[in-house]
Design a binder for this molecule. Structure first.
Ligand SMILES: NC(=O)c1ccc[n+]([C@@H]2O[C@H](COP(=O)([O-])OP(=O)(O)OC[C@H]3O[C@@H](n4cnc5c(N)ncnc54)[C@H](O)[C@@H]3O)[C@@H](O)[C@H]2O)c1
Length: 399
């Protein structure tokens, strides 16, 4: 009998690929099985990664006494329901971000985990990214003095140009180097279709979905937020399908004179080098004595610039020593799930903290909708708006 704790991945879509490495290098845990409602996806995934078992239903996973925990990697409208089911079956749960669709769902998930004495982890990998952790430690050690401000930039090259070979990206005004290699992940269109329907995703692909990572970083760095003010526009991607940008989100932390600003743009002709999503992130933290930059996470826009850079006392110092592939953040995040179970402690992003991150995100979206400042203490759940474009309905009806 193996002494390894057994885990099962539920949902073998795009992101599942990055959930394997964190088990491969452990001798106390094993990726034992997979389940996907599309059986062919589960079978192919199990074969590719050498995973022994393919289940036929979620119920079959939950009734398997050998299974210690599940990783829920499915569309957002299923997070709450499947998390509760797993908790009630006595399984530890790691659920991908965003935690759920609204705060009421978060409460029910937290309650289910408590009642059944299992761990509830929200899998948000950015806060486990080694260069980010290095930068955070430098801030905590006072390397740049008292913190005065935080700026964050998210820039993608639009949903439609995600995987295009560079030779097909044609800048209108300047010549393009034809030799640029293909960049970015292959993404099945089904991975986008549920995201573009608010009733399945809970909100826009940039501010709500991907944004959960960023809200999580901002919360992880400096804690509770008092108020938020956002402007969130819409830009067509294909036909009537839009993404929620350009957008600017600003916020003030609670109990301190510290403000943050995050801006989101899409540059559909930009070549962004990445093994994963073609989405670039840059962070700048200003202190009373210096400045820190985090220059990458998902993509590598500037390969010649170190992942962490510090300006202080007239000198620029580059920090190259941390592993900086995006995969590393997933590996560490998985380890945290296993360790939290082994050590009987809360995971880094517990249900309670993840709910506060969610409140920050939803308050920002509410601010964008209303065009006014939203205080987080005043934020209450609203009915999730329905957004089904004509193209979306056509596509879904054909399936
Ligand atoms: N951490 C990150 O950086 C990151 C990146 C991408 C996605 N995500 C998150 O991961 C989750 C999954 O996203 P994705 O991009 O892999 O989506 P995807 O659409 O590529 O994959 C989802 C999979 O779930 C399966 N599925 C749907 N309903 C199911 C059900 N009832 N039971 C079992 N399987 C079911 C689908 O068949 C599909 O294979 C989402 O929460 C998303 O926000 C996180």
């Amino acid at each position: 009998m193996s002494h390894k704790k057994k885990f099962v991945i539920v949902g073998c879509g795009r992101i599942a690929t990055l959930h394997v490495a964190g088990y491969k290098d452990r001798d106390d845990a094993q990726l034992y099985g997979v389940y996907d409602k599309k059986k062919s996806a589960a079978t192919a995934f199990a074969k590719e990664h050498g995973i022994p078992k393919v289940y036929d239903s979620f119920e079959e996973v939950l009734s398997d006494k050998d299974v210690c925990g599940v990783e829920i990697l499915v569309p957002h409208h299923l997070h709450c329901q499947m998390t509760i089911q797993a908790c009630e079956a006595g399984k530890h749960v790691s659920v991908q971000k965003p935690m759920a669709m609204n705060l009421e769902e978060c409460d029910r998930m937290i309650e289910a985990a408590k009642k059944n004495h299992v761990k509830l982890k929200v899998f948000e990998n950015f806060i486990h990214y080694p260069p980010y952790k290095h930068m955070k430690k430098m801030i905590q050690d006072g390397e740049i003095g008292e913190i005065k401000g935080i700026r964050y930039k998210m820039n993608n090259c639009s949903l439609k140009s995600e995987n295009l070979p560079a030779s097909k990206i044609r800048a209108k005004s300047v010549a393009v180097e034809d030799e640029l290699p293909q960049t970015g992940w292959k993404i099945d269109p089904t991975s986008w279709t549920w995201r573009l329907n608010d009733t399945l995703s809970g909100g826009g692909p940039l501010v709500f979905d991907d944004g959960y990572h960023k809200f999580s970083l901002f919360y992880d760095l400096f804690g509770k937020v008092e108020k938020v003010n956002a402007m969130i526009d819409e830009t067509p991607v294909v036909g009537a399908i839009t993404q929620d940008c350009p957008a600017v989100v600003t916020w003030k932390y609670a109990d301190k004179k510290l403000y943050g600003i995050w801006d989101i743009t899409s540059s559909d002709e930009m070549y962004i080098q990445s093994k994963y999503y073609t989405c670039d992130e840059r962070m700048e933290i200003t202190g009373s004595r210096g400045v820190l930059w985090l220059t990458r996470c998902t993509a590598v826009l500037m390969p010649d610039v170190a992942p962490v850079v510090m300006y202080r006392d007239g000198k620029v110092t580059e920090f190259w020593e941390d592993p900086s592939d995006w995969q590393e953040s997933f590996r560490n995040c998985t380890h945290d799930f296993i360790d939290a179970i082994n050590e009987d402690r809360e995971p880094v992003l517990s249900g309670e903290t993840a709910k506060e991150v969610m409140r920050f995100a939803l308050a920002a979206i509410e601010s964008g909708r209303k065009g006014e400042t939203v205080y987080l203490t005043n934020y209450a759940d609203k009915q999730v708006p329905k957004k089904q474009s004509f193209l979306y309905s056509l596509f879904m009806n054909k399936k």
